[in-house]
Design a protein around this ligand. Structure first.
Ligand code: FE2
Ligand code: FE2
Length: 473
């Protein structure tokens, strides 16, 4: 009977259960006692029924206790489960055997934790994407990569992270936003967008210095369309490349592959990257300016060397002509050829640090003077080394007096350590030096110089380069 009462009560609310419990525990026995005391035969009845009354009271108290305990246990269990969840165990689901407010509370709580769990999973995923993007891009920015490569990598990574179909980075040049890099299939690109183009979302982002996130879902009747570039897309997200209050250009993403609009998370990500990109672009410009100034300065120094030593006037130019012709004979790549050309122009720049009385001495040099003169490749290297882009040239300048048999200076390198570019520079330099007047001797004739090259083939100079050079003359 108790079991049936508890079962039927378990379907009711906590308040009803408590009322029943209190009634059973206190009120009913009290009323019974009062009733018995006020009846005429109370004494007799009390005496006769004291046993039954006590049993009844004990039963009532037991039923009341069981019911109250059930309620308290379910509340305590709920509290413990909730504590578990608040301590991070979001996957835990709260279960109750009751069908009352505690059960409802547990249901609501499960719903809230379910939503929370989903949001946390989404956040984790977003965080992973952002970390991945930032890691890839910051490692690119910290590497030796040129700004074009960094822009390409940034755009590619951002496209993948945002699941976009295409994207561009545009920089302002002469009143037009010019596409520096693009990613994905962008048909019919014409390259530039004029700042006068009123309908352009990209231009709006640039002029307002504000991120634009536009899609058809936002109520746009037409496809977003950039007339001058030929872009046509359903949704676009573009952020200005802001640097110190100014704007350098715009980075834009177009059309999510799944057809969705760009989200708030996407906006945060593109804005963060736009900030980093702007800093990288500006730094690159500053570095380029510094390098340009430095190169101009050392080019002037190279002219100063020739002005200082009239015997070497035109030497750098003639050596440059020889190395470029030899580079063609050996089919060298354009990059290698460019380095070789600059190295030929600057190879004797270290002579700026050689004393005039040694550089211009009409007679032969003493061993001490020769040692001083032989420092010019190292001085030249030290002049060029501080500039990163000139490091390859610095190597050629340092070693342009090495010999294939290891008898050269300053490092006595043998042929296996000498690059083809260096071997080309060495032969060209030596030939021009031999066929030019020097303060201490007259110039050799071409034939004499060629004989000398042949004689030193395989000792001073690389045999193959000498052969090609002689054939080329
Ligand atoms: Fe030299
Ligand atoms: Fe030279």
């Amino acid at each position: 009977m108790t079991r049936i009462a508890i079962k039927s009560l378990s379907q009711r609310g906590i308040l009803q259960k408590l009322i029943v419990s209190i009634l059973l525990m206190a009120i009913i026995p009290l009323v019974l006692i009062i009733y018995l005391l006020h009846t005429e035969a109370s004494e007799v009845l009390l005496k006769n029924n004291v046993k039954a009354t006590m049993i009844f009271m004990i039963c009532s108290i037991c039923i009341g206790y069981i019911l109250s305990r059930k309620i308290i246990i379910s509340v305590v269990k709920l509290a413990r489960d909730m504590q578990d969840v608040t301590q991070g165990n979001l996957s835990k689901k709260i279960k109750t055997s009751e069908n009352d407010e505690v059960d409802m509370l547990a249901g609501y709580f499960n719903q809230i934790t379910g939503e929370l769990e989903k949001n946390i999973e989404d956040l984790k995923e977003s965080k992973k994407v952002i970390q991945d993007v930032l890691l890839r891009i910051s490692s690119a920015m910290g590497s030796d990569k040129k700004i074009d490569s960094i822009m390409e990598l940034t755009l590619e990574t951002l496209n993948q992270a945002l699941n976009a179909s295409s994207g561009t980075i545009m920089i302002l040049k002469e009143d037009k936003l010019k596409i520096m890099v693009s990613y994905g299939v962008i048909s019919d690109i014409r390259g530039n967008i004029s700042l006068k183009e009123e309908e352009s979302i990209i231009v709006k982002a640039y002029k307002d210095q504000k991120t634009q996130n536009v899609s058809r879902a936002d109520g746009a009747e037409q496809l977003v369309f950039e007339k001058e570039t030929g872009f046509a897309y359903k949704s676009i997200l573009c952020a200005p490349l802001m640097y110190k209050g100014g704007v350098l250009g715009v980075i834009s993403m177009h059309d999510k592959k799944n057809g969705d609009s760009f989200s708030e998370d996407d906006v945060v990500l593109i804005e963060n990257l736009a900030g980093q990109m702007a800093i990288a672009i500006e730094n690159s410009r500053l570095n380029q300016d510094i390098e340009r100034t430095y190169v101009e300065t050392i080019s002037t120094l190279a002219l100063a060397v020739e002005a200082k030593d009239p015997y070497t006037r035109g030497h750098a130019k003639r050596v440059t002509d020889f190395v470029l012709r030899l580079a063609d004979e050996f089919s060298l790549d354009k990059d290698v050829k460019d380095v070789l050309r600059d190295a030929a122009l600057l190879h004797d720049i270290g002579k700026i640090g050689v004393k005039d009385e040694i550089l211009l001495k009409p007679g032969s040099l003493t061993p001490e003077e020769r040692r001083h003169m032989q420092l010019h490749p190292i001085i030249g290297e030290n002049i060029l080394r501080p500039i990163h882009s000139l490091n390859k040239i610095a190597y050629l300048v340092r070693h342009h007096h090495e010999r294939v048999d290891g008898g050269g200076y300053p490092d006595e390198l043998t042929k296996e350590y000498l690059s083809l570019s260096l071997k080309i520079l060495t032969v060209s330099d030596a030939y021009d030096a031999m066929t030019s007047d020097r303060p201490y001797r007259k110039a050799m004739t071409k034939d004499e110089a060629c004989q000398e090259l042949k004689r030193c083939r395989g000792t001073y100079f690389d045999s193959k380069v000498v052969d090609v050079f002689l054939k080329m003359l």
